[in-house]
Design a protein around this ligand. Structure first.
Ligand code: GLU
Length: 491
């Protein structure tokens, strides 16, 4: 088989969006599975839609996700440049070739003329198509107009054909009737290439074997196939990945909340969880298999003909759930490193404290991680391990601090804890169990108010884990504080 070479070709028009990330990932899977090459090409010739900084943001997001490529803007490669804006001579040469062979022509129609034509067509109810007016201009006419300084576009001169058939590796044969096409523009009046043209010229020059991209480009593919043939290039294989729709099956947009990799990152998602989630948008590990799937596992079994044909539905709850699963299982040291910026951001620790208390932070992370789904939640769940309690949960207060004899119970508890020398999980638990037995009370009667006293909350990790982590001094202080508070509540 010919060497597999695929590409991810983002336009720098904003952040790396979930759809773009999924396209990059599926190209990556395919390249790695086939021991081929993944090329990153920046399609930056549309200066109007371009947003500053977005190239850097896209590259950072890809790297953060762990999607690496073999050739591209930063490391180069044999088929560069990897920015389209640095490849303009490729496009003008290819266009000149088409003009030479009379497969393309200069068109001098102005925007006003074209608009008048379109208006007429709309009125007559005919298809909106360029009339082909400039098709037959003679060489002299063209030269004269160029000498006058007019800025033409270059259009492809479509030959007669019935239909174009795209053989898509995911969708099978897709037919496009000839009336869907007119002499489309390949070079714009500012001399920059139109997307379809640049894409074909580059995919050929970069020896791309498989074009794997979003379904929204399927309608461009027949035009591109036409261009491949006109230029005498071999047509690569195509695979169009299904759309990603919003939960209400409308087009996914900003109003559906976080949709870019950087937003997921800011929410506190781990790259591995995002990768796992993106994998499931079109790929299935197979009936009855766990949805927790690593890139290595997917690479082993990946195949384009098994990628889903139907639209994937974006479900942030599923991403968050998956993220929770990863947080629970993750390497503790790595998870701590990811958690620290969230603790700083939430004002829970300062950067200096984070450096000095690394092992304590790690122990907190270990204790809270099973109950949280994002790093933001992890930070919130860690707060009372670092900060004093300034407020008690409202409902908890009513339920547990108004209990009869609660202050007496808490001071008994406090006394027992004060007597412990080695203040660890086992000993704190033993002290509380003995107390419950002696007083003949149910566990909840003392455990719930103690939890509220120590954490300010009604839910937390195991109470004795919390005690051991807080340490004796803070436990005693917080119990004392709660007892005072309860006494004030009563008076
Ligand atoms: N620059 C195009 C985009 O961002 C890529 C299209 C393609 O992959 O051919 O949608």
């Amino acid at each position: 088989m010919k060497e597999v070479r695929v590409r991810f070709a983002p336009s720098p028009t904003g952040f790396l969006h979930i759809g773009g990330a999924r396209t990059a990932l599926f190209n990556y899977f395919f390249a790695r599975q086939n021991k081929g090459q993944l090329v990153l090409r920046i399609e930056d010739t549309d200066s109007v839609r371009q947003k500053e900084d977005s190239i850097g943001q896209i590259l950072d997001s890809l790297k953060w996700l762990g999607i690496d490529w073999d050739e591209g803007p930063d490391q180069g490669g044999d088929f560069g440049a990897y920015y389209q804006s640095q490849r303009l001579s490729f496009y003008s040469n290819a266009a000149a070739e088409l003009i030479q062979s009379r497969k393309a022509y200069y068109c001098f129609c102005t925007e006003e003329e074209l608009e008048t034509e379109r208006k007429r067509q709309r009125k007559e109810g005919t298809l909106i198509r360029y009339s082909g007016k400039c098709r037959e201009l003679s060489k002299n006419e063209v030269r004269e107009r160029l000498e006058q300084g007019l800025k033409p576009v270059i259009r492809i001169k479509l030959a007669d054909f019935d239909q174009i058939i795209v053989n898509d590796l995911i969708r099978g044969l897709v037919k496009f009737k000839s009336d869907q096409f007119d002499d489309f523009i390949i070079i714009k009046s500012n001399s920059l290439p139109a997307y379809n043209f640049a894409c074909v010229v580059d995919d050929h020059a970069m020896r791309i074997s498989h074009v794997i991209r979003a379904e929204e480009h399927l309608s461009n593919t027949p035009k591109q196939q036409y261009l491949y043939e006109a230029l005498g290039y071999t047509i690569p294989k195509f695979a169009h990945l299904s759309m990603i729709l919003a939960p209400d099956r409308s087009k996914l947009s900003k109003r559906h909340g976080a949709t870019s990799v950087s937003e997921f990152k800011d929410m506190g998602c781990l790259p591995e969880a995002i990768i796992n989630y993106l994998t499931l948008l079109g790929w299935s590990p197979g009936e009855g298999k766990s949805e927790l799937i690593s890139p290595e596992q997917t690479i082993r079994s990946f195949s384009l003909d098994k990628v889903s044909k139907t639209a994937a539905v974006y479900d942030i709850q599923k991403l968050v759930w998956l993220n929770g699963q990863y947080i629970t299982e993750y390497n503790l040291e790595k998870l701590t490193l990811y958690a620290v910026p969230f603790l700083i951001q939430a004002g829970i620790v300062s950067s200096i404290e984070a450096e000095q208390n690394h092992s304590y932070i790690s122990a907190v992370v270990k204790t809270v991680r099973e109950r949280v789904r994002t790093l933001q939640e992890l930070a919130e769940a860690s707060r009372y391990f670092f900060k004093d309690i300034i407020m008690y949960d409202e409902k908890g207060k009513e339920k547990y601090f108004r209990q009869e004899n609660v202050a007496i119970l808490l001071s008994e508890g406090k006394e027992r804890l004060a007597g412990i020398e080695d203040f660890n999980v086992e000993n704190t638990e033993k002290a509380y169990r003995n107390l419950m037995e002696e007083l003949d009370i149910k566990g909840g009667q003392i455990i719930h108010p103690t939890r509220l006293a120590l954490t300010g909350r009604t839910v937390s990790p195991g109470l004795f884990d919390v005690m051991a982590l807080l340490g004796k001094k803070r436990c005693l202080e917080r119990l004392e504080q709660a007892i005072d508070y309860i006494n004030k509540m009563k008076s």
